[in-house]
Design a binder for this molecule. Sequence first.
Ligand code: GCW
Length: 645
Amino acid sequence: MDLHDTCWIKKYKEADIDAFYLKKGGVIAETLSDEVKLLLKARPAAAKDAKLVFKLSATAAKEAFTITHKNGIIRVTSGDEAGLLYGFYELLRRLHDKCDLNTRQAPANAIRMLDHWDNLDGTIERGYAGPSIFFEDGAFKTANDRVYDYARLLASVGINAVAINNVNVRRKEARLITRPLLDGVKEVAETFGRFGIKLFISINFASPIILGGLTTADPRSKAVIKWWKDTANDIFNEIPGFGGFVIKADSEGEPGPFAYGRDHADGANCIAGALLPHNALLIWRCFVYNCNQDWRDRKTDRARAAYDTFAPLDGKFLDNVALQVKNGPVDFQVREPASQLFGAIPNTNVILEFQVTQEYTGQQQHICYLAPMWKEILDFNTYSPSGKTKAAPILEIIGAKERNGVTGVSNIGSDYNWTGHKLAQANLYAFGRLCWAPNLTSEEILSQWIRQTFSLDVADEEILFNIMINSREVYEKYTAPLGVGWMVKPGHHYGPDVDGYEYDHWGTYHFADRNGIGVDRTGKTGTGFAITYFEPNASMYDNIGTCPDNLLLFFHHVPYAHILKSGKTVIQHIYDTHFEGYEDVLKMVSEWKKLAGKINDREYLNVLSRLEEQENCAKQWRDQINTYFYRKSGIPDENGRMIYP
Ligand code: GCW
């Protein structure tokens, strides 16, 4: 089976794409591929006989493209081949959507990346769509068409970098940067390279010990510095277009510079120095916090950790280091404020990290269209004084530099439809589109994806659109309330367990007692996290009267009877949203059933079976949360609905 039949580019399959892409110079496609011709037929007469011209232009910008449609000629122009490719896909989107073909576009972000948490044995950490497409049984998969298909899929939405292995780098995976595994890396890098995508490998900070036989990985050690240089030289001899490394250091048990009394600038610069002559990038993750916290300690705050570690180091990193910052200060929860690090490290390259894989948002069993959440982060105004204007939204900060950008933890695996849950494809699509053009709306992107993926009439498209567009809000309603997060089963993170992490060492608490709930992160009585933001955000969050309802419990510990801006008490809000969230899921199920016979059986049943799981799980969430808070507070539901005592 052609795997593209299962996703959004099926409607514009084009056998010729690779051929034109590999040729240097302008190519005039006198004969259009059948697929494009077909699409053209759907257009008004004027475009039917159009000639397609692809042209590289020395004066045009790289990756950017112009499409013009004049006198029967459709011309795609770019400064490089990747730009032609992006232009081609944009053209196909426009033909498919029957809209004006003339456009001029440049990507908003220089780095548009996906991270894979794939292990050499083929498992994927937080993967919900089958085993790895890259690895199995300790080696690269052989005769693997899937990588080629994936590269093409990613190019269709403008992705230009991929890291293929887990940031938790075990001893075996550490060997990816040396032979013989490096041969496999080379092959994958070449496949990706044909689609303008740079390959990155996640590395282990202790590699000089693990691979080099040294007794230390101290970033100031001459032997260590030399080992990284030699290793980088070897890699670039083999793979000249290699992208660079990703590293998780001093985080959740991974080794890092702290062991040697060094800071993260020392650590990063040692390795980045080895990459610098090759013009390659070191992506250094900021997910650094104390994961051995004592739950009794109310002062240590995981939400502060990345900021406290990295803000003081601003400006101390080499030019080819980019700090990778998760969208929120804790960990990819369904609702978190934007990380306060954005805007706080103006003299450092920064990459925003989203989680496309749905670890905390229903694990590709629940429908959860994530674009609205990503948009909130991108649009968040940091008010960083270093911004050019008073407005310094995150999307401008990350769009401002050549080594800035966006990355996402990929949600794909070997499943026939790539993402396990058919509708989770929309997240991969939306992620790519937002990396390219963060100003697109969640609605525009979703409509596009639906039109390109299914062949539905307008009324049915609307049914599907309505199921998906608010699905993140629905998920939020029946899970942890008002921004407090977690309450998931420890370890795998699926399903409700209100106190699952409450007395654990991960720094993720809700502090519910008989009187109230929430984390006091205020300046006066709490951890001070709120006031690490720039004004006016600091005051807005710090002040209980101005803190938005949906983040109230992230910032404040309040009594159950506290009245929200909505006019409801916190406890009544908890009950209402949990009853509503479950009802919303029932509605999703009945709406989806209306699409029976309109979508092929395999896809229809794929979604239906997952919706059944979502319904059961949402019910568990509803009842466990409601009962938990009823037992704690003793306050009954105003509307007398069933809460199990
Ligand atoms: O959210 C947590 C995940 C870990 C992950 C970690 C990280 C790869 O539960 O599985 O490790 O984040 O981002 O490093």
